[in-house]
Write a protein of this length. Structure first.
Length: 202
């Protein structure tokens, strides 16, 4: 074996090892980026994830159908006591803003529709109730529990995220809704800045 052949034989394993190392690094980086994105919560300033769910009559309803309106997206369940407590104020908000470019989409995560229908009847709810039977949309929105509400602007961007129940009959509870209806959407950065300011108590 001549000198050149010996050097080639030595170089080949090194090249293979280098290629394998590079491939591993690339795969790890992709998994890290994808994993981080998969677990990023949807917060103020995030673009919403579109979805289609059935209402109580089986009609398919898509979030994108309400683009151009302010959307009050609420995740709830009939077995959730705080959800039950805030529902009357949601109905009141629905009645108060009737005729405005505003929609309430209440997404039930109950496994069966019958309890949901009975709940709607018992509380006289007239806003749109959708059924996320398998919790797929809840998981996509990475909710930590119920109730959880997303106030979505006319461009499909989350203006405010509310974790837990709220009395929506109070004017202080619907500031973001009123401002969106009056002044229109803001930038994603402004929603994020507003969230930071609220945390700092400004």
């Amino acid at each position: 074996m001549d000198k050149n052949t010996a050097e080639k034989d030595k170089g080949t394993p090194r090249a293979v090892v280098a290629a394998v190392v590079i491939a591993v690094v690339v795969v790890a980086a992709v998994m890290l980026i994808y994993g981080k994105k998969s677990y990023e919560p949807i917060v103020a300033g995030s673009t919403v994830i579109d979805f289609t769910l059935p209402d109580m009559n089986g009609r398919q309803v898509s979030l994108k159908d309400y683009r151009g309106k302010v959307v009050f997206l609420n995740f709830w369940a009939t077995w959730c006591k705080p959800c039950e407590e805030e529902m009357p104020s949601m109905q009141q908000l629905h009645q108060t803003l009737k005729g405005q470019p505003f929609e309430i989409l209440a997404v039930s995560i109950d496994s069966d529709t019958e309890p949901v229908k009975k709940f709607i009847s018992a509380y006289g709810l007239t806003f749109t109730v959708l059924h996320d039977r398998n919790g797929k949309i809840k998981d996509q929105y990475k909710t930590t529990g119920v109730p959880e509400t997303f106030i979505i602007d006319q461009n499909g961007v989350v203006a405010e995220k509310v974790m837990g129940p709220r009395n929506w009959a109070l004017s202080s509870s619907i500031t973001s809704v009123v401002e969106l209806l009056k002044y229109g959407p803001r930038t994603s950065a402004e929603y994020g800045a507003s969230k930071t300011a609220k945390k700092m108590g400004y």
